[in-house]
Design a protein around this ligand. Structure first.
Ligand code: NAP
Length: 334
């Protein structure tokens, strides 16, 4: 089979290689990958910034969708032809996260999806929502499940206000899921054009954070001085202080990302004055993925992204690095 592998860190060190197609052993399933989507984490992995000690070579990427090609002895849940996606942490099936469940992330601890075939355990897969193409479904395992759980952290009611940061993979899913929950959505972006596009998807109000860095004040203005109920925080050190200023008393920051470097000292008193809840989100379990897919099917929700051929993996990582994309970046295998 053909695969992309990290042989040395750096986008230009990614190699397109020929590897032996694995054969499924007992309890294992061989999946013919039809589409792959990229996450910011995969870019960090390729550049050696996520885990500089990761054993190489490693096939990157956690997210993909495809068809079951073959099953090993004892597999009863799947048969050849079933449309499936792998779960992000292969050992986190249900319940709270534990150290043991956190091990086995695709494209990190073990080889990932940027290959013609992947071999996973029987329970490391979920069925795809029927209305989605492979390209659409390939966007779900990391960004969508993370956004789903970030929204769940907010204890939202219809009419609650959610603030999303940027227009990348997690944030656009957060916009879509917030709309499903009947929430009002505020968004910030570096691009007027992207804000316009997000408005077309239901964003209620948007602000360009490059031209208006005080977006926390804007969020307060937008909520009559009260503050928003939930921030889906993808910036991290560079945005968390403003997120705390932007939430209402008793509001929640769902801490998801690490995109921005620290801009100011961390305002500890705000945490107590606002009785804030800061909730870390680390993707989610297989059960979360299955429940999210049920909602996606019921709402006939369609992920948003741009498609490329999988020979363009290096160019697509560069595109992610430039942050010129909107929603997801998807590669079709052929
Ligand atoms: N905790 C988890 O389980 C989990 C899961 C998935 C992702 N993540 C993390 O979440 C973050 C987002 O991931 P992703 O895959 O969605 O990334 P992505 O698709 O590459 O999205 C990046 C976008 O974020 C926006 N952005 C960058 N800096 C910003 C800032 N200072 N303020 C506001 N927005 C900013 C930009 O949007 P505009 O161009 O519109 O400005 C940029 O295009 C990453 O740090 C990733 O590692 C964590």
């Amino acid at each position: 089979m053909r695969a992309w592998q990290i042989s040395a860190f750096g986008i230009h060190s990614l190699e397109f290689v020929e590897r032996l197609t694995p054969a499924p052993g007992p309890g294992e399933v061989l999946v013919s990958v039809r589409a792959i989507s990229f996450n910011f984490r995969d870019l960090m992995m390729v550049k050696g910034l996520y885990n500089p000690k990761m054993q190489l070579p490693r096939i990157p990427c956690s997210d993909g969708a495809g068809e079951v090609a073959d099953v090993g002895p004892g597999v009863t849940a799947w048969k050849p032809g079933d449309r499936v996606a792998g779960i992000f942490m292969q050992n986190w099936l249900d319940g709270p996260l534990t150290p043991a469940r956190a091990r086995g992330a695709l494209g990190g601890d073990i080889d990932g999806t940027l290959a013609e075939y992947i071999l996973v355990k029987e329970n490391g897969l979920v069925a795809l929502p029927e209305h989605l193409s492979f390209q659409e479904a390939a966007t779900l395992p990391c960004a969508a499940v993370t956004a789903w759980n970030a929204l769940a952290a907010g204890d939202l009611k219809p009419g609650s206000t959610v603030l999303i940061q940027g227009t990348g993979g997690v944030s656009i899913f957060a916009l879509q899921f917030a709309r499903l929950r009947g929430a009002r959505v505020l968004g910030i972006s570096s691009s007027y054009e992207k804000l316009e596009r997000a408005s077309g998807m239901g964003l209620d109000a948007g602000l360009n954070y490059r031209d208006n860095p005080d977006w926390d004040r804007w969020a307060l203005d937008q909520t009559g001085g009260e503050g928003v109920d939930l921030v889906v925080e993808v910036g991290g050190a560079g945005t968390l202080a403003r997120s705390l200023k932007a939430i209402r008393i008793g509001g929640t920051v769902a801490q998801v990302g690490v995109l921005a470097a620290a801009a100011e000292a961390f305002p500890i008193p705000l945490i107590l004055h606002k009785m804030a809840r800061i909730r870390g989100v680390y993707v989610g379990s297989r059960r979360d993925f299955v429940e999210m897919n049920r909602a996606i099917s019921l709402a006939q929700l369609r992920p948003v992204g741009e498609e490329f051929h999988w020979t363009q993996a290096r160019e697509v990582f560069e595109r992610m690095e430039e942050a010129s994309h909107f929603g997801k970046l998807v590669l079709t295998v052929s």
